[in-house]
Design a protein. Structure first.
Length: 345
């Protein structure tokens, strides 16, 4: 058996979208399943704690990582099946998410277009149950393959087994009932129904419909609109370090929502099927006066208060100090505790 190719003291700055400084004491690039199995068969490596790193678009690094960092770079895309009622597509966990979404449209299998331009890798998408503009990953999910980091055994999970929630899944939950830190996702499959089910209820998309007069946009038009909307609001991580939306949109009861509306009638809110309401975290942060403000080299993006940015040479501690200050402000004014979306390390 060949020895796993372990890189030593690797800078993680280019591997996290915030551009934060940190080192991986040991890093293994997982380009195929056998790379991981070989590492797990090595007693010295198997005994190390492990950290799975995908596109690095959803983490805040506050220190060097002593664990064995497993950099997921498994590639590949394919149409698994196709019929009049839809199709199933599969991608390696290391594939770029946005590129994969564009590829599905090229294959004539729409359904993921509302999720265009979300940063990160395909393998990370079910961990976070990514979502945007009325669509969540769980709405299009079929199944995934993963490898148990303790035993090296393969596993396949369907949607029920993933226990998806709002920006949540079994892969974020520690303990006996969760899989946080216990497996590495290798491939993900999506079920895309035909004809596509359009989701156009979000305000930004409704504005595009009003502006263009196109009441029934094609999937490609929705894709283009979503890309344009996100580019206008969100900074490119290659230019300004960021992790996209930093806080989850809080969900409140009807009574809480009515109370907030009574005090702040302009608050952006969306009804949910269970009767609760989702509030726009960016609006709450903006209302507290944080848009454009900074603490050290960490700042709140001028065009979207939901996004925290690295203004140059920020360290993880500065990002977290800013995040905590924002949380305190929002709680003090609205009585709502914002939860961070990224994994905090």
């Amino acid at each position: 058996m060949p020895a796993p190719c372990i890189e030593r003291r690797v800078s993680l700055r280019p591997h996290n979208s915030f551009g934060l400084p940190a080192l991986a004491e040991r890093l293994l690039r997982v380009r195929q399943e056998s790379d991981l199995r070989d590492a797990l068969a090595d007693p010295a490596l198997a005994a190390l704690p492990k950290f799975v790193l995908g596109g690095g678009s959803n983490i805040v690094l506050t220190h060097d990582l002593q664990a064995l960092v497993l950099k997921v770079e498994i590639a590949g895309r394919r149409v698994v099946s196709r019929s009049e009622s839809g199709g199933v597509v599969e991608a390696g966990a290391g594939e770029n998410w946005h590129d994969f979404v564009a590829w599905t449209l090229d294959q004539g299998l729409p359904g993921l277009e509302n999720l265009a331009l979300i940063p990160g890798s395909v393998g990370a998408s079910p961990v976070q149950n990514i979502g945007a503009y009325g669509v969540e990953l769980q709405d299009r999910f079929d199944s995934l393959d993963a490898i148990d980091l303790q035993t090296g055994e393969p596993m396949t999970l369907d949607g029920a087994a993933c226990r998806f929630g709002y920006r949540d899944s079994i892969f974020k939950r520690p303990g006996p009932g969760g899989l946080a830190g216990r497996c590495l996702i290798t491939r993900v499959r999506f079920s895309l129904p035909q004809p596509p089910v359009a989701s156009l209820g979000y305000l930004d998309l409704e504005r595009r419909i009003a502006e263009t007069g196109i009441s029934h946009p094609s999937p490609q038009q929705v894709f283009d609109w979503v890309c344009a909307i996100r580019r206008a609001k969100l900074p490119d991580p290659a230019v300004i370090g960021n992790a996209g939306s930093f806080f989850k949109n809080p969900v409140v009861s009807p009574e809480q929502c009515r109370d907030i509306i009574a005090r702040d009638p302009e608050i952006v809110h969306y009804p949910l099927p269970d009767g609760s309401f989702k509030l726009a975290a960016g609006w709450l942060i903006d209302a507290c006066g944080w848009k454009g403000k900074s603490i050290g080299q960490a700042g709140v993006y001028e065009k979207q208060a939901l996004v925290l940015v690295n203004r140059g040479q920020a360290i993880g501690g500065e990002i977290m100090t800013l995040a905590r200050a924002i949380q305190e402000s929002v709680y003090g004014r609205f009585g709502i505790r914002l939860e961070p979306e990224p994994v905090l390390l």
